[in-house]
Every structure is written in structure tokens, then in C-alpha cells.
Design a protein around this ligand. Structure first.
Ligand SMILES: Cc1ncc(COP(=O)(O)O)c(C=O)c1O
Length: 463
């Protein structure tokens, strides 16, 4: 605990990313399996010397990269307690109070998205697993609950935006449809899926006897936080008897915002929803969630009961057995950190952190809007913003090289960490504060650093 208290106290003084080569790290840990014991103090000393200096300090205010939050301190303590108790939430008999707390946590989340009493869900390892479960629920429902036994017959299709996260592709593959069953549809200027393209793709599939199975709407895209029109997607899904899954892995955080709560965007109309407390609820990894409007769909999809898991003490059928209602069996007591985070900070304070991150992205947008050398991809509805260096009129190849060189220099600076991405055929810096330590000043300092590094790099790329 002292080690961690010290770590958090001095986190702002460390370089966000270590100046170290992968080879050095491999050699640092290269040793044979220890045959004999060592004192704990010795092992912790190694952690202090070999691990701490070479981490990506996601809690540093300059970390604005791939979506991993500054973990809230109570969530860290929760994980400590969780490991000590080692409750296995897969079965009631290995964690009765843990199961009840996770059920309550899920109930808070279903209430937040606007679902009713029939709703349920699971905490998962993350959005990837939640999207997989969502697609499995879709497949099983669309098959009249035959696919669980027989697989699927014929060709089926899933529709989503070109701006989806790759977890959707993996999920379509994992439920046995094959990646070519995914129709990645073009997005509009605001990066929302184009409904005309969706209608055209459905019509084309039906002409070729391909069955439309599911639409995956994105509620907060990874690149720009764009929100698809869930209401319109619902209408189309109903007309075509399709399941509607919404990926709110990142954007679900906006439901806690005090200033732009996004509760009027129709998220509750989706049949199932991915939402990740380990993204914008600032819970430490791992805590994703799959929510479903009708909880009985989980049982229909997964409900197997092997004899060795029989709970003889459950004659009254009052014990909730997660293994019957989910894909995972042995699993960590993830509910604890989400439960403790809500209890300690409350939805309103977490909402303030979220609103600060949104304001930071909007501030960067307004700085860039008046900037001769930079442009933004869109006005950010959330905290993810993409900007690019447009000075020098570089061709796409040179521009890609410039952006790659600049993020490398930013990483080396030790002050910030950001990534790059591709949007509409161009390369961009992707900047995404999901961090309660980031302040406006850090945004301004980041832009100043980008100005300096882009100008310096432009000269070398242009020569
Ligand atoms: C929109 C979206 N969906 C799904 C995922 C995957 O979530 P995870 O990394 O928790 O598996 C991400 C990750 O960034 C995401 O942005």
C-alpha cells in the first residue's frame, strides 16, 4: 500500500512512457524458473526497480492514448480486496455476497442505460468479450434458438459502421458467420453510419438470399466518439426482424455526464449493449459489461448445467448461478471495484470527471479551429478527438510518415502519449483523455508540443 501511495503521489513527475528498448526489458526478466523462495521484501524491491520505472503511466495527466483510464484509487483497493477474498463469481457457492453485489452493479448499469426490470447482464473482461456475447445472443435469437445446437444454415449478414471497433469483426467470426458476413458501411461526415448505405446493403443481401441477422450500432466510436442513430437503426432492425446490438464500450460513460447525459439517444432501444466500466467510468482493468434487455436471452444462449456444478443446497432455486447465464465460468469478482467506485465517488462526481474530459477535447477543437497548420476531423461529442497537421500540403504517404514520426517524438518527450489513426483516407493524431488528472493546461501544452514537433518534422519529411 505504501508503494502504491508513493506511486500515485509522484505519478506526474514520471515520464508517461519509459525510454527503454523491448530487448532490454526481455533481458531484465530473463532468468530461469526460481527454484527457491525469496523474502517478499526482495520480490517487492524487484517490482520497484524492474516494473515501476518501465510502465506506461496511464494515470499520468499526459496519457491521452488508447482508451485506458487513470484508475480511481478506490477501484485499486477493491482489486486488492477482490484478490484476497478470491470469490469466484461463476457459481453462487463460491461467492454468495459477491454474486449479489455483481447483480446490483448490473442493475445500476441497466438502469443507467434505460432498461426495465426484465434486463440483466454480465461483467466481462472487456468490450471485446461483451461484443462477442452480444453477437452470440443475436445469432441464437435469430435462429429461434437452434444455432446453439446446430450452428447456422445458409449465409447471414451483420451490419455496422466502417468506424466500428475490430471486436465486432472478431465476434462475427467467433459466432461462426465468418468475417465476410460483416458489412462495414460507410459513415457520414460526422462519422455516423449512413442509413442509405445500410438500406442498400440489406436489399442487396436479400436479393442474394443472405439473411440479415443483426445491426451493431456504435454509441461512441473509438476514433471520434460518434453516435449512430440508434432510433433509426431500431426501426430498420424491427422491419427486417434483426437483433440490434449497441456498442457503448467507450461512449457509455456519457450517460454519467452531468452536462450532456446522452440519455435521449435511444440507447435503451437496443436488444443488447456493451458498456465498459474500465473505460470511462475510471475503473481499473478489467471490467466490461454486456447488458441485455431481456435477461432470459442469456439463459437461452448459455444455459448448460453440468452435474459437477450442481448446487444441492439450492432446492428453492434462489441462488443466481452466473455460469448458467454467461459464457465465462471462473471469473474475477469484477463487480467489487465498480460497486466500490460508485459508492465512494457517486455518479455525480464521476460525471464531473467525464465532463472535464469532454471540455478538454472541445477546447482542443476550438484551438485547432483557429489554427493555420492543424485541422480537426470533427467537433468532438465526447473526449476522443482526431487532429492532423495539414501545413506543407504533404501527399498521404509523407503525411502518414510525419504523423508517425511526431508521435514517436511525443512519446520520447515523456510528457504525453497519443496515437495515430486513419480516417477517410488521411492520417490523424488520436487524442483521447479518459483521465481525471488531465487538466486544460495539459491540452494546451500538448498542442504547443505538437506545433514544435510537427514543424521540425515537416522539414525532415519535406527534404
Ligand atoms: C467502441 C469500442 N468497442 C469495443 C472495444 C473493445 O473493448 P476492450 O478493449 O475493453 O476489449 C473498444 C476498445 O477501445 C472500443 O473503443
Amino acid at each position: 500500500m505504501d508503494l502504491l501511495a508513493d506511486y500515485f503521489e509522484h505519478i506526474q513527475e514520471m515520464p508517461v512512457f519509459p525510454d527503454v528498448q523491448p530487448k532490454f526489458l526481455t533481458s531484465l526478466f530473463d532468468e530461469p524458473l526460481p527454484e527457491t523462495s525469496s523474502p517478499t521484501a526482495q520480490v517487492l524491491k524487484e517490482i520497484k526497480e524492474k516494473l515501476l520505472p518501465f510502465c506506461t503511466h496511464v494515470g499520468h495527466p499526459g496519457y491521452m492514448g488508447l482508451i485506458t483510464p487513470s484508475p480511481n484509487p478506490v477501484g485499486v483497493i477493491a482489486d486488492f480486496i477482490c484478490s484476497a477474498l478470491n470469490q469466484n463469481i461463476g457459481a453462487y457457492s463460491i461467492g454468495p455476497a459477491g454474486v449479489a453485489m455483481e447483480r446490483q452493479t448490473i442493475s445500476w448499469l441497466t438502469g443507467l442505460v434505460g432498461y426495465g426490470q426484465q434486463a440483466g447482464g454480465n461483467l466481462t473482461s472487456g468490450g471485446m468479450m461483451a461484443n462477442f456475447i452480444g453477437l452470440k445472443l443475436a445469432r441464437d435469437w435469430a435462429s429461434g434458438d437452434r444455432a446453439q445446437q446446430d450452428g447456422i444454415e445458409g449465409r447471414w449478414a451483420v451490419y455496422t459502421s466502417e468506424e466500428r471497433h475490430v471486436s465486432v469483426d472478431k465476434a462475427v467470426d467467433a459466432v461462426g458467420l465468418g468475417r465476410t458476413a460483416l458489412r462495414a458501411l460507410p459513415a457520414d461526415a460526422e462519422f455516423r453510419v449512413r442509413l442509405d448505405a445500410l438500406e442498400a446493403a440489406i436489399a442487396e443481401d436479400k436479393k442474394r438470399s443472405v439473411r440479415p441477422m443483426c445491426i451493431v450500432g456504435i454509441f461512441g466510436t473509438t476514433n471520434t466518439g460518434a453516435v449512430d442513430s440508434i432510433r433509426e437503426l431500431r426501426k430498420i432492425a424491427d422491419r427486417e426482424s434483426m437483433w440490434l446490438h449497441a456498442d457503448a464500450a467507450y461512449g457509455g460513460g456519457m450517460l454519467l455526464s452531468n452536462e450532456h447525459p446522452f440519455r435521449d439517444r435511444g440507447l435503451e432501444l437496443a436488444d443488447s449493449i456493451t458498456i465498459d466500466p474500465h473505460k470511462w467510468f475510471y475503473a481499473p482493468l478489467d471490467a466490461g459489461a454486456l447488458l441485455v434487455k431481456d435477461e432470459t436471452r442469456l439463459t437461452a444462449s448459455f444455459g448448460m448445467k453440468p452435474s459437477y456444478l450442481t448446487d444441492e443446497m439450492d432446492q428453492g432455486k434462489e441462488r443466481y448461478q452466473y455460469y448458467v447465464h454467461s459464457f465465462e465460468q471462473s471469473r474475477r469478482f469484477r463487480g467489487l471495484k465498480v460497486w466500490m467506485s460508485f459508492k465512494r465517488y457517486g455518479a455525480r462526481l464521476i460525471g464531473e470527471w467525464i465532463d472535464n474530459n469532454v471540455r478538454q477535447a472541445q477546447h482542443l477543437y476550438s484551438l485547432v479551429a483557429n489554427h493555420a497548420e492543424f485541422e480537426a476531423a470533427s467537433n468532438p461529442p465526447m473526449s476522443a478527438i482526431c487532429i492532423r497537421y495539414r501545413a506543407g500540403n504533404l501527399n498521404q504517404g509523407d503525411s502518414k510518415r510525419l504523423h508517425a514520426l511526431v508521435v514517436e517524438r511525443v512519446e520520447k518527450s515523456g510528457k504525453f502519449w497519443i496515437s495515430t489513426t486513419e480516417l477517410k483516407g488521411k492520417t490523424w493524431f488520436r487524442i483521447n483523455p479518459v483521465n481525471f488528472r488531465t487538466q486544460m493546461i495539459h491540452i494546451e501544452q500538448l498542442l504547443t508540443l505538437l506545433e514544435v514537433e510537427c514543424r521540425a518534422t515537416l522539414q525532415s519529411v519535406a527534404n
